[in-house]
Design a protein around this ligand. Sequence first.
Ligand code: HEM
Length: 499
Amino acid sequence: MPAIITMSYACIALCVIVLVSRRLLDPINRIPTVGGHSFPLLSYLGAVNFIRRGKDVIQSGYYNYYGSAFKVAMLDRWMVVVSGPELVNDLISRPESELSAREGAGEFISTVHSLGPATHHDPYHVEIIRNQLTKNIPEYLPEMVDEVAATMSESIPPSDDWVTVKPVRIMQEVVTRVSNRVYVGLPLCRNREYIRLVMKFTSDVVRDRTTGFFNLVPDSLKYLVRRKLSHAARTVLETMPLLERTMAIRRAVIPVTGGKGTEKLNDMLEWIMQEALERNCTDEDIVARLLLVNFGTIHSTANAINHALLHLAESPHHLQTLRQEAEQILQDEGWTKTSLGKLHLLDSFLRESQRLNGVNTITMMRKAMKDVTLSNGTFIPKGTLLVAPQYAIHHDERNYSEPYAFHPTRFMHAEDDRDAGGLQYVTTTTDFVPFGHGKHACPGRFFAATDLKVLMAYIVLNYDVKLVGKGPRPENVFWGTNVDPPLDVEIMFRRRRPD
Ligand code: HEM
């Protein structure tokens, strides 16, 4: 018996020695931990703390370690947060072979397993968004305006009395319809089942990565069981019948050689199919790619419009000034790319709302593809995830005066910069990072900006809007790295009364 006890103590001692020495030797532990402890097992407490208080954890790390790096615990790994222009510049400028944006994003969304390796290793949709989608915005503008009018009058029918709505879900549907007018066109963009599945896919991707069974399956087996266990993969299969006929017709008109359509339909589905057919992809691959583009579009754009709407509703003054601007410009010039470009107040309003709220407390996810030494000498072991603290950068007094206040004209002051193409909603800098910055900055931001401007201008021209009860607008909800408007927040709309 004493021998067993002695053996047990020896085993425990050995385990402790192994754990402690691993901790001491692991180079990641030279980076300070914030919001928890780096000791094995205790780090899980930090991970739970991060889910509950992620924003505060990053804020505290940012102020204590500004200009260097700190780490926070996630359930399955450490995440290193870097700050200060020098280190943020490392995230922007290091090559993919050192700090990879694609692998960084892949770690957060994990669609490589649910949708197949091609969506990850051959991201041709990024170039489609950067080129065809962005270039065709002027051509699509009339259709986007038409879709905004149709979907708004269905979702919030103009009434002479105040009507109370919960905008979060409604705006997600509005953004999905307007974007899909450009992605798949009429009549599919108004098909309720299609819209439901596209919206569902957006949450499926997150469920697969966080709460679903799929998340628990070892990576090496995920692709084999994806059709059974991945919510996202199952939604792709469910969406296919809705697109099958359209895809069959288009397959017939797009000659396989050269991949150029004979009858150019010029929408996202067509652009994806042209690329996909050159690569002999299946219909399932094509639908997966289309849904992936929707994933990039919907949550982020709907989140932005909801935050902007809440700021609009909290002040009749905001509504009035935005309305004046929209009337002056759009009544004379109509809805064109040039006229939208002249809505300087709206542009500044959207940029300020994006700065203050944002979709995420972090940005620019990167994965170290090899051991890397950052500009300040911090050693980053291969495989580490790195991010920049978006919320902290946007709320730092060094970057913005009164950083917690909403100043809709904040970005209007630099008219010269603005005319030179600077400081517009879509302009990224090291102090304004909701779209990232540098070569990987969001390629869809020009399309998102158009969606948002058409929607906001349409609302101020056609509706009166106010909060239920007195302002200011309700606080955002923070969980993990997410920033959301409160799901149940209510806004009142009525048909615009004569001024
Ligand atoms: C307000 C709306 C949006 C926000 C806040 C947003 C934000 C971002 C951010 C932070 C990144 C990562 C940048 C980096 O790693 O440096 C990103 C990348 C990306 N976004 Fe957006 N985005 C928005 C709208 C859109 C839209 C409408 C689309 C599609 C049309 C889109 C497609 C993408 C894609 C494909 C990437 C990956 C780019 C790459 O791998 O190089 N986004 N976005």
